[in-house]
Design a protein around this ligand. Structure first.
Ligand code: C2E
Ligand code: MG
Ligand code: MG
Ligand code: MG
Length: 290
């Protein structure tokens, strides 16, 4: 009986795998179609300068409005796109689209675009970026590429050459999700980053009594500052978090406290109101623990 039960379990597990694989294949096909038919969009989340409290730029975040499932999170479709090798074309589209949108916005406004490690490893990337910038007629330092430290897991000669080529194009480079991976200081020493983005995992809970996150945020900002780099604290949601981030010296803030990601039309309308930003949100996310 035990053996039968075991076999039964095995079959159920195996069926689940088949279902998951089928759903993934279907998602991949639908994603191919979305790419070809303009089904992807970029939404833009404001990034605010802590000192001036003005919008310094946006982060472009990819959105997919699926015909049946509605909005699908990039947390779900970006890994599918990476497995299927579609992320390179999607990433190129995002860079070109962001450059076109930048051309319409005030010159002080920058835009950051996320770059997958697979795109980063593509030798064509610096040329594609130079072409997108030239076609849009914008200055290169208005485009910022967000890269995660997983790019350093690849062969270091290729990585160094790509960094050099991107710097030669003149774009800015940001190290995304800092603190979630190896967070090696060697990366900061050797790679030409202009900005460190402190992962929202450190912001979340930072205002709770006894949290060590504030000390870590302060240390990362002072290190970045000493290295001549900016810092953006990601995922700032409450007034208490905002106050804490200001105290710990991050040069930029991104999060729902200022704005959720906006559609292109909403971003245009927001800029038409001027660059000044105002926080709006709750003082604390939760009641303090007893
Ligand atoms: P990320 O680059 O770290 O982007 C920040 C994420 O935090 C975004 O999620 C943003 O909507 C979310 N966020 C911003 N402020 C807050 C806040 O106050 N509270 C909370 N809870 N969340 C906040 P999103 O748009 O779902 O994107 C998730 C991830 O998907 C991104 O993380 C990035 O790794 C990836 N991604 C998005 N767009 C692209 C793209 O065009 N290319 C590539 N390769 N990856 C992308
Ligand atoms: Mg990012
Ligand atoms: Mg991030
Ligand atoms: Mg992230």
């Amino acid at each position: 009986a035990a053996k039968d039960a075991g076999r039964g379990r095995y079959r159920v597990f195996s069926d689940d795998l088949h279902v998951a694989a089928r759903e993934r294949n279907q998602l991949e096909e639908e994603l191919r179609l979305a790419i070809d038919t303009g089904g992807l969009q970029l939404h833009y989340q404001p990034v605010v300068n802590t000192a001036t409290e003005e919008i310094s730029g946006f982060e472009a975040l990819m959105r997919w409005n699926h015909p049946k499932q509605g909005w699908i999170s990039p947390e779900k479709f970006v890994p599918v796109a990476e497995d299927a090798g579609l992320i390179v074309a999607m990433g190129e589209w995002a860079i070109r689209q962001a450059c076109r949108d930048l051309a319409r916005w005030p010159k002080s406004v920058r835009c950051a675009v996320n770059v997958s490690p697979l795109q980063f490893a593509d030798p064509a990337l610096p040329g594609v970026i130079a072409d997108a910038i030239a076609k849009a007629g914008i200055s290169p330092e208005r485009l910022e590429l967000e890269i995660t430290e997983s790019v350093f897991l690849d062969d270091s000669e290729g990585t160094d050459a790509t960094f050099a080529a991107l710097k030669a194009v003149g774009v800015r480079l940001a190290l995304d999700d800092f603190g979630t991976g190896y967070s090696s200081l060697g990366y900061l020493k050797n790679a030409p980053f202009d900005k460190i983005k402190i992962d929202q995992g450190f912001v979340r809970g930072a205002t709770m009594p006894g949290s060590r996150n504030g000390a870590i945020i302060a240390a990362i900002s002072s290190l970045a500052n000493a290295l001549g780099m900016d810092t953006t604290a990601e995922g700032v949601e409450t007034l208490d978090e905002l106050e804490l981030i200001r105290m710990h010296g991050c040069s930029h803030i991104q999060g729902y406290i200022y704005s959720k990601p906006l559609s292109t039309a909403e971003a245009d309308a927001r800029l038409a109101e001027g660059l000044k930003a105002r926080p709006s949100g709750p003082r604390a996310a939760r009641e303090p623990r007893q």
